[in-house]
Ligand binder design. Structure first.
Ligand code: LLP
Length: 417
């Protein structure tokens, strides 16, 4: 199958799905479902792949893990030990990162519609702030006083993403400072006695090979703009941050993300520009954890209604992406991985809403081996924006999380309300 990866997702000799060497059916039985299962080694491998891709071209870079993708404490700790920094989007994420052991200097906050209370919490905690509005500059000055180092998130005018909701640059977008306000923002920072030390962009989330060219165009724009900003402020910027966004294949036909072209493109452009002495920063989330997490659900109902239906014991409170974005997630009946006896089903959750389906939408059925009630359904690529977007809608608890390390499993978050 296209999703098989040695040491990560395999079909074992019982024809069951195996995750990091452990039988998914056994895990589901032992720990109960719904259950998020993560493979520690895969997290390390993905992080290392990015690090190696940049290291071929420069040592002057840092990776801020976008913890909004998955903020489990154990996962944060694994990445900390590998040298990650953090991209936090709320003061609470910054606090969780500190709890996981990250020193303040490794955490950068990039927020939107930021309140005075948010700013105060961040300043009190000594967290670096990446500013995204003129309003924030004015208010930060009053809260922080002089001499605070800050950076600016600008909007390079073009974006990319797997869905319109995840495109974060361009016209109808709330994020960042548009080019038309940038000179004013730089001036305001100067007048406010804040020190501008970086320029940041994040054009969107979940783009693949075809969008790398769009991304590299925005890299050019950001470098040109940073060079102008440097001229204006009269000193070099300490860093230039290109945000996150690298996608992962969710479907058989999706191409692998071209990591080498991406890293080489960024490094070549920066190294041959007036920004060559600035540190390169990136903020990947999905690429690091996306394929490391599998959601295991119990099958409650197999029944022909107006359409053939599989009913599972989780819903968009457990994994929001299919209902929220119409996202495709591969599904596997864990104990029938090799069955040829397939049929098209609506795969639906246990919430009281018709849109609560795990196939991309209500009309798109999924061809699966015919399961029995009590079987286990695995939903792949659920490591990023899976658990972190869960809710307790319908007053159901949030699922457990399990980490597999060297073929031994441990619960890293209990079921919570
Ligand atoms: N940096 C900033 C400022 C961001 O806003 C984001 C994601 C990232 C980095 C990381 O992006 P990544 O490398 O993970 O693509 N819930 C959506 C994704 C929303 C992403 C929000 N911002 C989904 O499930 O696809």
């Amino acid at each position: 199958m296209w999703w098989e990866k040695k040491g990560h997702l395999e079909i074992n000799d019982k024809n069951h799905l195996s995750i990091a060497g452990l039988d998914a059916c056994t895990l589901a039985k032992e720990y109960g479902t719904p259950l998020y299962v993560y493979n520690k080694q895969r997290i390390i491998d993905n992080f290392t792949a990015i690090k190696n891709a940049f290291q071929k071209h420069t040592d002057n870079f840092r990776i801020h893990y976008a913890m909004k993708a998955n903020s489990n404490l154990e996962i944060l700790k694994i990445l900390y030990r590998k040298g990650a920094n953090i991209d936090a989007v709320s003061p609470y994420e910054a606090k969780i990162a500190m709890d996981a052991g990250y020193p303040q200097k490794k955490i950068m906050f990039t927020g939107t519609s930021v309140s005075n209370n948010d700013l105060k919490m961040l300043v009190d905690d000594n967290i670096f702030i990446n500013i995204d509005s003129l309003s924030q500059i004015r208010r930060l000055r009053k809260i922080a006083g002089n001499n605070l180092n800050v950076s600016l998130r600008w909007n390079p005018g073009m974006g990319a993403g797997h869905h319109s909701h995840t495109i974060t640059a361009g016209k109808y977008v709330k994020f960042g400072i548009p080019e038309s306000n940038l000179a004013h923002a730089v001036e305001l920072i100067k007048e406010s006695g804040l020190n501008l030390v970086g320029l940041h962009q994040h054009i969107g989330s979940g783009w693949l090979a075809d969008d790398v060219l769009v991304f590299l165009k925005t890299v050019d724009r950001t470098i040109d703009t940073a060079a102008k900003v440097q001229d204006k402020i009269g000193h070099n910027l300490e860093f230039i941050d290109f945000g996150g966004g690298p996608g992962i294949p969710y479907r058989a036909e999706d191409k692998e993300f071209p990591l080498d072209a991406y890293a080489e493109g960024i490094c070549r452009k920066v190294n041959s520009s007036p920004l060559k002495n600035s540190k390169i920063a990136i903020e990947p989330g999905r690429y690091i954890v996306g394929d490391t997490g599998i959601l295991l659900l119990g099958i409650n109902t197999v029944e022909d209604k107006n359409i053939p239906l599989i009913g599972v014991n989780g819903g968009f409170n457990t994994l929001a992406r299919p209902s929220f974005y119409g996202s495709y997630h591969e599904m596997i009946v864990c104990n029938h991985t090799a069955s040829e006896n397939k049929k098209e089903f609506m795969v639906a959750g246990n919430l009281c809403e018709s849109g609560d389906v795990f196939s991309e939408n209500r009309e798109t059925l999924r061809k699966l081996p015919i399961p029995h009630e009590g079987d286990i359904l695995a939903i792949l690529n659920a490591g990023a924006y899976g658990y972190s977007m869960t809710s307790t809608y319908n007053s159901r608890p949030k699922p457990k999380e399990l980490l597999i390390d060297n073929k031994s499993a441990k619960i890293i978050r209990k079921e919570t309300w």
